[in-house]
Ligand binder design. Structure first.
Ligand SMILES: NC(=O)c1ccc[n+]([C@@H]2O[C@H](COP(=O)([O-])OP(=O)(O)OC[C@H]3O[C@@H](n4cnc5c(N)ncnc54)[C@H](O)[C@@H]3O)[C@@H](O)[C@H]2O)c1
Ligand SMILES: [Zn+2]
Length: 370
């Protein structure tokens, strides 16, 4: 069993474990008992995951003496919205969950963000155990305590920080994950290598085949290293005042693209394309080492993560949407850029995001996505 301890020092201080092991799902009742003591639990899942895993998890928890409510919402990024939040909260309240209950977020990153936000807001906060079932949520979304919802104007515009009581990762549940979602998850792992660990970046590329074949040892190693990198960054800056912005590499463009496509682009694929665009932008701005974009492209290729979005994407719309990005200051869009693979660039003022002239961004976007 791999057990990683995540410390978030500030506001309020909180520590929790991420447990990673093939078969870990069977140990969920013990984890809930230890870290989120409750009599009644709401297991929140999208419809797809509820059909595959819902009854198994409900059965295990009931056998361990918990009262369990399975609450479902429609699958997909387009359901990470206020309507789903409202109906899930109504179900949770209607079925008698109280302040001493707990939420179990069983699903991908959409479920983690939505159920986490339900847990953050229901009765001003109940504990949430994150049980990620997509690769993307295992390597990234389930750790760090960000929860939230999309709005038509932009991604994750509503949200709260709500650290989990525990995270339980069972790579075996990936057996049913659709292949395109598996590939999308690899994009966030590549991001972790790109921002902080060149050796990990190269390891992912060298093990693309084993990972694609769901080799258990390789998957555990991947999830573990990604969670370590994310944890290290988040522990230093839980509320994203500075260094946590490195996790945003590729995301200024990715979030704009997701919003522009009406949340029909997979988040991981948007991140893949966003990282290539941010690397090219960094090279043109003289911040990123020459050749970095090519290295990124050749990492994404064997993982079958597209290096650009389908069709023509209008640069002006992406710029307009990127202005809403949380890193923007005084109307200027700021980007997380690399120095090179394995190292994030810092601005002259030491900041982890750097403003770049809209004109140059437009040129790069028209070239890459036009
Ligand atoms: N909070 C954070 O720090 C953070 C970090 C990264 C991403 N995110 C968010 O995560 C979301 C993307 O997450 P995602 O890619 O996991 O999307 P998702 O939750 O929609 O899952 C992808 C699809 O796979 C299905 N699925 C999940 N697990 C499955 C399984 N084991 N078997 C079969 N099908 C399964 C889901 O039903 C869904 O259709 C985005 O909204 C993104 O903003 C959040
Ligand atoms: Zn992401």
């Amino acid at each position: 069993m791999t057990r990683l301890r995540i410390d978030t020092p500030a506001e309020p201080p909180h520590a929790y474990d991420v447990l990673i092991e093939p078969g870990a799902l069977d140990g969920l009742p013990d984890v809930v008992r230890e870290f989120a003591p409750a009599r009644r639990c709401a297991v929140i899942s999208d419809a797809v995951v509820a059909d595959i895993l819902g009854e198994r998890v409900r059965g295990a928890l009931e056998a361990a003496g918990f009262a369990v409510e399975l609450v479902r919402f429609p699958a997909g990024e387009q359901a990470k919205n206020r309507d789903s939040w409202g109906s899930v909260i109504d179900s949770v309240a209607g079925r008698g969950l109280t302040r001493d209950g707990c939420v179990i977020a069983l699903g991908g990153g959409v479920t983690g963000d939505l159920a986490g936000f339900v847990a953050a807001t229901f009765m001003r906060g109940v504990p949430v155990v994150q049980v990620p079932t997509s690769l993307l949520s295992m390597v990234d979304a389930s750790v760090g305590g960000k929860t939230g919802l999309d709005t038509p104007a932009g991604k994750n515009l509503i949200g709260a920080f709500h650290q989990p009581a525990a995270v339980v990762v069972d790579p075996r549940v990936l057996a049913t994950l659709p292949a395109d979602h598996f590939r999308a998850g690899m994009a966030e792992a590549v991001k972790h290598g790109a921002i902080a660990d060149a050796a990990y970046f190269d390891w992912i590329v060298a093990h693309a085949e084993a990972l694609g074949g769901h080799d258990e040892a390789a998957l555990v190693r991947l999830i573990r290293r990604s969670v370590e990198i994310k944890a290290e960054v988040v522990s230093e800056d839980p509320r994203e005042r500075g260094r946590r912005q490195v996790l945003n590499f590729g995301h200024t463009f990715a979030h704009a693209l997701e919003t522009w496509t009406g949340y029909r682009t997979l988040h991981g694929f948007a991140v893949g394309a966003g990282m290539v665009a941010a690397a090219e932008l960094g090279e043109r701005a003289g911040i990123t080492a020459a050749g970095t974009t090519d290295r990124l492209r050749s990492a994404l290729q064997p993982l079958r993560v597209p290096e650009r979005p389908d069709g023509v994407v209008p640069a002006e719309r992406i710029l307009d949407l990127a202005r809403l990005d949380k890193k923007s200051r005084e109307g200027k869009i700021r980007y997380t850029l690399l120095r090179t693979v394995g190292e994030t660039a810092r601005g002259p003022d030491g900041a982890w995001s750097i403003p770049v002239d809209d004109g140059l961004v437009g040129v790069v976007l028209r070239e890459l996505w036009g």
